[in-house]
Design a protein around this ligand. Structure first.
Ligand SMILES: Nc1ncnc2c1ncn2[C@@H]1O[C@H](COP(=O)(O)OP(=O)(O)O)[C@@H](O)[C@H]1O
Ligand SMILES: [Mg+2]
Length: 177
């Protein structure tokens, strides 16, 4: 089974994936995969980021899926994981007011922080994920990384009904305007 672990930068994808890796799950870090194999379409100068070649990454992931036995979960961690041929999608969410501190800790500049807080408040990855397939959302705002990893495990085991929902953080940024 292939599981997408997606979310706005700073929601904890890499931290949670590290923890799940220590717990024995196989983890594929899409960012490293794409950089390792050069699976990009180009570089966006204005937004200062690489543009993933989703088709090439999907082909790669489909090959992994064939190799995988069905009783094991492999977690694809990354910002575009929900756009790949996966069996289920887990979206990590975080209230913008708290996400800001996490993005600062990552060393993001003011502009990048603003862009990501807006993306989280507008529920963009959530919307995309629910459009793509079976999506679950975990509100990590007041959880620690171990607790988030526990929730991911529950969902993978088929015990995640309470995460089958859409969170909405739009109100959090309305106060900015
Ligand atoms: N649940 C959490 N509680 C507190 N801090 C967190 C949590 N998840 C992530 N962080 C912190 O936020 C920052 C960004 O986390 P990271 O795993 O790099 O996110 P992502 O991979 O989604 O961009 C890191 O400093 C991390 O320690
Ligand atoms: Mg990361």
């Amino acid at each position: 089974m292939l599981v997408a672990l997606t979310g706005t930068p700073g929601t904890g994808k890499s931290s949670v994936a590290d923890t799940l890796g220590r717990r024995g799950f196989s983890i594929i870090d899409l960012n490293s995969l794409a950089h390792g194999l050069g699976l990009f379409k180009g570089y966006d100068e204005a937004r200062k980021c690489w543009l993933y070649d989703l088709e090439a990454i999907s082909e790669h992931v489909a090959a992994i899926k064939v190799e995988e036995s069905s009783d094991r979960a492999t977690i694809l961690e990354g910002l575009v994981s929900h756009l790949l041929p996966v069996d289920l999608i887990i979206v990590l969410r975080c209230r913008p007011s708290i996400l800001e501190g996490r993005l600062r800790a990552k060393g993001y500049d003011k502009e990048k922080i603003r862009e990501n807080l807006e993306a989280e408040a507008l529920n963009i990855l959530s919307q995309e994920s629910h459009d793509e397939g079976e999506a679950y959302e975990i509100d990590t705002t007041y959880m620690n990384i171990e607790e988030v990893a526990d929730s991911v495990e529950h969902i993978i085991r088929g015990d995640g009904a309470k995460y089958r929902k859409r969170l909405d953080f739009l109100e959090d940024v309305m106060s900015w305007y």
